[in-house]
Design a protein around this ligand. Structure first.
Ligand SMILES: [Zn+2]
Length: 374
């Protein structure tokens, strides 16, 4: 990719701020250009397709080796990518309520929510939507931007989630507006989008996922949400180790609700988990270790608290990746030789174990953590 000279069509108009000036353009791996608005910083692909449904065929969720669209293994990605979302939702609404997941795929997040929920989803892929529906998810549409959708479901939801979906829509401001209008008065919108970081490597976003339309920046996201009056919004970069960044944001119109959101986000992103409640520790670990891939010795020692409740083979697979990274780093003299041996031992043991016995795997993980922390 490279920043290219600005031969920008005069037709450019930013979806977020209505600006007509392009600050810079970056070429994606497929040759398409991403234009960044001078006014608000939001990035958008130069030539937007007329529709997007063509991208979300069945291959999207289990893609062929040569496809540049979609996920290698949706369930694996979903499991480590969505645990923090599940725990944040449950902390925000312990008794449940009505939840809408935009781009719910097979209903992965909705199915795993504990509590009494009306579980609703929007999904573009009919096969995924049918799987979600068969598992009890109420599929209420295929596209958030269909005329009449927001009116039909006005103020219906206590929680709306949009995880890795707003970058796929044809108009990001309209999509956020529709999401906000289906929120109840004290409802909370939780979102995550890929981020074009100012400080980190963005190549994962430029060299794949060519179905993306929008390329959010921190300034672009702040401008986008500042455009909605009386909305409380907090957002931040998630610097995923070994991968490009994402941006997480939470929005609500209710100030008291926002205070709760801010307290939970502070716990979720805290550097050290010592001062947190057990529920907050689980949220912190799901975000910092499982999603962001940033263990510290204090976090690693608290991992059994998370694993005892939420261990699955896919989570085990994710953590073995983490251990492998740590073992590699340890050999680079970051850690002492004894710790490196324990990490590598744990990694190899889990590689050899098909993880068909979660309880046994939890015990094995805990032994490895305790040893690694010594
Ligand atoms: Zn703009």
């Amino acid at each position: 990719m490279s920043d290219s000279a600005l031969a920008v069509p005069s037709a450019f108009r930013c979806s977020v701020c209505d600006g007509t000036e392009v600050a810079r353009a970056t070429e994606r791996g497929d040759g398409a250009r991403v234009l960044f608005c001078a006014g608000c910083g939001m990035g958008v692909v130069e030539h937007r397709p007329a529709t997007t449904a063509q991208f979300y065929t069945d291959d999207y969720y289990h893609r062929a080796e040569d496809s540049a669209h979609g996920y290698d293994d949706y369930e694996f990605t979903a499991e480590h990518g969505l645990l923090w979302t599940k725990l944040l939702i449950e902390a925000l609404a312990p008794a449940g309520g009505a939840v809408l997941d935009i781009g719910c795929a097979t209903g992965f997040l909705l199915r795993r929510l504990e509590g009494g929920w009306r579980r609703c989803g929007i999904e573009a892929n009919p096969t995924a939507a049918a799987i979600a529906a068969a598992s009890g998810v109420e599929i209420i549409g295929a596209d958030l931007l269909v005329p009449g959708f927001a009116t039909a479901h006005e103020a219906a939801f206590d929680i709306v989630t949009s995880i890795a979906t707003f970058e796929h829509v044809l108009d990001i401001k309209e999509a956020v507006a529709a999401s906000l209008s289906v929120l109840a008065a004290a409802g909370v919108l939780i979102l995550e989008v890929p981020l074009i970081s100012e400080t980190r490597d963005n190549s994962n976003w430029y060299n794949g996922s060519y179905e993306h339309i929008f390329y959010p920046t921190v300034r672009g996201m702040q401008s986008l949400f500042a455009g909605f009056p009386d909305l409380n919004f907090q957002g931040f970069e998630t610097a995923i180790a070994g991968f490009s960044s994402t941006y997480i944001g939470v929005a609500t119109r209710d100030p008291a609700r926002f205070a709760v959101v801010q307290r939970l986000l502070a716990a979720m992103t805290a550097d050290e988990p010592e001062a947190l409640s057990d529920q907050e520790v689980r949220l912190n670990l799901a975000y910092t270790v499982v999603h962001e891939f940033r263990p510290t010795p204090a976090r690693v020692l608290r991992l059994p608290l998370l694993l005892e409740r939420y261990f699955t083979p896919n989570l085990g697979k994710r953590l073995t990746q983490l251990w492998h990274e740590d073992a590699v780093r340890a050999s680079a003299a970051d850690w002492n030789a004894g710790q490196a041996r324990h990490w590598r031992g744990a990694y190899e043991a889990l590689q050899a174990d098909p993880l068909t016995l979660p309880a046994r795997a939890v015990r094995r993980l805990r032994r490895a953590f305790v040893k690694a922390g010594q």
